[in-house]
Each structure stands twice: as C-alpha cells, then as structure tokens.
Ligand binder design. Structure first.
Ligand code: C2E
Ligand code: CA
Ligand code: CA
Ligand code: CA
Length: 275
C-alpha cells in the first residue's frame, strides 16, 4: 500500500481488521438507509390448502440499496440486531405492513416477523399498539411471527408479552418450527395460534421418509391442539399434494409466488400462481 492505498493501509496499522472495517461501513450504511427511506416491505401470499384462497401475506423486508440493488435480509438483519437498529427497522415494517393491509380485502391477514431483540425491547407493546392505531387495522388481522429462540430465556417475561399481545387481538405464530431446540413443551407452555413448519422439512417431503413423518406429526399435533399449521417453502405440486393429504392448513412458497412489492398484491390475489 503506497500513495493511493494509504488510507486503507493506515486503517490496518491502527489495528482494525478488514472485517471490522466492513462491518462499520455496513452499520453506517444501515443508519443512513433508514434516514433515506431505502427499506421496502415485500409480501408473499399464504394460501389455505383446502380452498386455495389467499388468507394472508407475510411481510418480508428488503433493502433497496442505491448502488448494490435489492439486498436480502440475511445480509443486514444480523448486524441490525447486534446494533439495536432492528428495533427501528422492525417498527418500520410493522407500520408499513399494517398500513398496506388496510387496503386489502378484510379476510386477508398480514404476518410480520419479530426479531428476538425487538420482542424483548420494552417498546414492543407500544409499537404494535401504535402501528394498529395509526393504520386503523383491526388487531385480529395482524399475526406476529416469533422463533423458538425467543422462548429460550426469561420465559416469564415472554409469556407476559405474548398474553398482552393476544389480549389486544393479535395472533402469534411460531416460525421455523423444527429448526431450533424444539420443543413440544413450548406448545403447551406458550399460547400459539399457528405453527410454521420450516422449509427444510417441506423441501425433503417427497424424498425423505423422516421429513414426511415429521410433517405428519406436526400437522396432527396442530389439529389436536387447535393450532393452524402453515408449511413454508412449498415449491412444487408434489409437495402441495402431500401436505394436503396430511391435512396441513396453509401453504406458502414459490409455487404460488415469490415475495413481491405491495403494488403487486392485487395481482397475487387474482392469480393462483405467479413465478
Ligand atoms: P422467514 O421468516 O422464515 O421467511 C421466509 C423466507 O423464505 C423468506 O426469505 C422467503 O422469501 C423465503 N421463501 C419463501 N418461499 C420460498 C420457497 O418456496 N423457496 C425458497 N427457497 N425460499 C422461500 P427472505 O425474505 O430472504 O427472509 C429471510 C429471513 O429474514 C426470514 O425468514 C426472517 O427470518 C428474516 N426477515 C425477513 N423480513 C424480516 C423482518 O421484517 N423482520 C425480521 N425481524 N426478520 C425478517
Ligand atoms: Ca417468518
Ligand atoms: Ca420461517
Ligand atoms: Ca427461516
């Protein structure tokens, strides 16, 4: 590193390594992006398996970066969680999703992902209340998706929060079921309205006996506990047919549509399939 590389070189000299440097840049970029309105909420339809009707859309965050294009959440959510920026980002998603859903038919719900960091933040109940109030959305049309990691610690506080949300009329889904430290006891200890069966089980449905057995067990469990089951990542008709046979309630995946901008919701409601 000589004349033109000097700035970079100096950085290494001061002891900050390349990864920390990249992280710092991304963090600054994230903060600026919030100010500049670069985040956008995409929606993916969730269909009732028996009737084929769209019953909900899941809100999925995208970063519309001016230079790097559309960035998927895996590339920025972990850092947003570490830095606490996820709380602001999450509030943006909540508000956008509730507002967008008011323009949809009344029998179509909206599902919003909650980061564990956001779930544990003291602001959570206030931000959900605010998103509902500002948008005017009926709380019964809002579903919040949480992962098992939320249930691992401080179950007392978690339970209180879940009960508060449900008292407002909001429903709770257990996301990515089967990937964490599952957890049949969770289903008994915490009030869930829906179980989302992780894509990893669905993708192996036709090829692995054990995946089939797990799906069968979970849908059976859902039926007997009165909990809706949603299969994630449904990509083909074989999978859909097997899910139908097992009595899985809802399905979501590329078979129906990839996540798309809010302006495409009407189209997703009209057409059973959109690739
Ligand atoms: P998730 O909640 O499990 O969301 C489902 C992911 O699977 C989405 O990826 C979706 O695009 C993808 N997917 C849906 N159908 C199919 C399919 O048929 N095949 C395949 N291969 N993939 C499918 P996406 O949008 O990249 O989001 C990834 C993860 O990022 C989400 O996983 C969620 O954990 C997180 N995330 C997304 N938006 C938000 C948000 O607003 N807040 C928080 N806290 N997390 C979010
Ligand atoms: Ca989800
Ligand atoms: Ca999921
Ligand atoms: Ca997932």
């Amino acid at each position: 590193a000589k004349a033109d590389g000097r700035g970079t070189y100096r950085f290494f000299e001061t002891g900050m390594d390349a990864r920390a440097q990249a992280r710092r840049l991304l963090e600054m970029d994230l903060r600026a992006a919030l100010q500049r309105d670069e985040f956008q909420v995409y929606y993916q339809p969730i269909r009732d398996v028996a009737s084929g009707r769209v019953v909900a859309f899941e809100a999925l965050l995208r970063w519309n970066h001016p230079q790097r294009g559309l960035i998927a959440p895996i590339n920025f959510i972990p850092l947003a969680e570490e830095t606490g920026l996820i709380v602001q980002l999450g509030e943006f998603v909540l508000r956008s999703a509730c507002t967008d859903a008011t323009t949809w038919p009344d029998d179509v719900d909206v599902a919003v992902n909650l980061s564990p960091v956001q779930f544990k933040s003291p602001n959570l109940i206030a931000s959900v209340t605010e998103a509902l109030a500002v948008s005017g959305l009926d709380a019964r049309r809002l579903e919040l998706e949480i992962t098992e990691s939320v249930l691992l610690q401080n179950s007392e506080a978690t339970l209180t929060t879940l009960h508060e949300l449900r008292a407002m009329g909001v429903r709770i889904s257990l996301d990515d079921f089967g990937t964490g430290y599952s957890s049949l006891s969770y289903l008994r200890s915490f009030p869930f309205d829906k179980i989302k069966i992780d894509r990893s089980f669905v993708s192996e449905l036709a090829t692995r006996e054990d995946s089939m057995a797990i799906i069968r067990a979970v849908t059976g469990l859902g039926r007997s506990l009165g909990i809706v089951t949603t299969a994630e990542g449904v990509e083909n008709d074989v999978q859909l047919e097997l899910l139908r046979r097992e009595g899985c309630t809802q399905a979501q995946g590329y078979l129906f549509s990839k996540p798309r901008p809010a302006s495409d919701v009407a189209m997703m409601l009209d057409r059973p399939r959109l690739r």
